[in-house]
Ligand binder design. Sequence first.
Ligand code: G6Q
Length: 554
Amino acid sequence: MTKISHSAEWQALAADAEALEKTSMRALFSNDAGRFDRFSIEAAGLFLDYSKNKITDEVVGHLIALADATGLEDMRRRIFAGEHINVTEDRAVLHAALRDFSMRAYHLDGENISLLVRRELEKIKNFTVRIVSGADKGFSGKALDTVVNIGIGGSDLGPHMAVEALRPYWIDGRRTFFVSNVDGQQLVDTLEQIDPSRTLFVIASKTFTTQETMTNAKSARDWFLAQGGSEGDVAKHFVALSTNETAVEAFGIDKDNMFQFWDWVGGRYSLWSAIGLSISLAVGFDNFEKLLRGAHEMDEHFRSAPLRQNLPVMMALTGIWNRNFMGAAAHAILPYDQHLSHLPAYLQQADMESNGKGTTADGQPVAWATGPVIFGEPGTNGQHAFYQLLHQGTDLVSADFIAPAISQSALGDHHEKLLANFLAQTEALMRGKAIDEARADLAAEGKAPPDIDLLAPHKVFPGDRPSNSILMEKLTPEMLGALVAAYEHKIFCQGVIWGVNSFDQWGVELGKALASSILPALGPEGEEQPKSTGHDASTNGLLDRINNVRHQNG
Ligand code: G6Q
């Protein structure tokens, strides 16, 4: 396979970047009245304005040519067709089938998986109704109004983000907690706040072997038994979301209390599956279904719209432009909606675990930059924290600004102020401020010439900092579904262009294996341990130090 960075399309983009070096985005806007209309797309209720990227029609044409050269349309067909595009794990990637409400049937290796999906959704629906209505009760006859979701990574971040995002849809009186960390403090802090007789523990683990989740699940069950629950009550208070029936039963959860999903659902793409049970329990099944329907609408757009009019594709291509040709090593997710506070963490996993790779799907080292560092915070908080670097730092950082035009909780002029900040930031990043403008501002403030000389350099903003703006009417379940699906497809498209397999995660294995080998060397508190020799000097030294402190203070 020709290296993509040697292709004519890549070279054309590199030449575009060079040719644009002396042109500012400001100039691109002032010379082109149609820029906003041409560089924006509406789909599934989302509006994407990508005009504040340093692109021209020529650049967009070359980006589309690059997508064509990498076979993006064919890969799009193959993912929806259930081909095993996750080559290193020999799996299909069919999370879109989990939310497909059309009459389309998905067949995988000869099996109609749409029937499995419908059966499991029906089970989630019936269970949600029984729990929410109080028909299913806990061991003391009280309704189960509290859910503790125990899971990590893909079995935590998606449902956690969605439950938080859909706060205005929470069913009155219901409480949801998420426990992910093997640090026992998180579980202890959670257990302090709940009543065992009213709590449903949802053990979410695709493999049902993950150290953190199994440790937390076991401690939660021990606590439950110590708090008055009996072995026989475990069935009422513990359910499992998994693909591994044997391990679920071995843990002591009856398979009737297990909600299934399948190996063609990647962990970080699983919130649409049984892993979404905690969402359904928090906001009701109807709202969970609306979330799925919103995602489906985005899927329909993504699979049918031509690349140039395709919202996730253009998110991906502007990202490629910024990463590979403008040199942005980081990408900020900046939601101007407090309820999307967990979106940056969610997308951190979705993007960085998918595309943070240095080997192509066919096993060659990549010779180009792949996934950027993803980070973010809700606006306006981030403005008072790290935006300084976005505006004046020495590294280029691209950004997605996300905002609903209407707030779910109107309060005075809060939302107008929030939106004004969102718009101002994207404009400031794009326009910047030249030295003569900085000097003129200072003069208008009445500063003396020596002070103007001193301060003006600090008040210069280089501008040309790229951003996308993603607007929606309101953060409803449908809009959240569409937004998340758009990001999933964006990540997929970028993976195709970079030539990596976006659906494995071998990079998490080495640390896991080493942790297992280190664990036996850490004895219980108060116990003396032999001197460590099995690791490098730093790791041995740290281990000995920890063991000494634990021995002396235990
Ligand atoms: C996601 C990853 C990873 C996974 C967790 C939890 O794509 O595979 O984040 O979700 O490691 O795994 P289990 O669900 O198997 O416990």
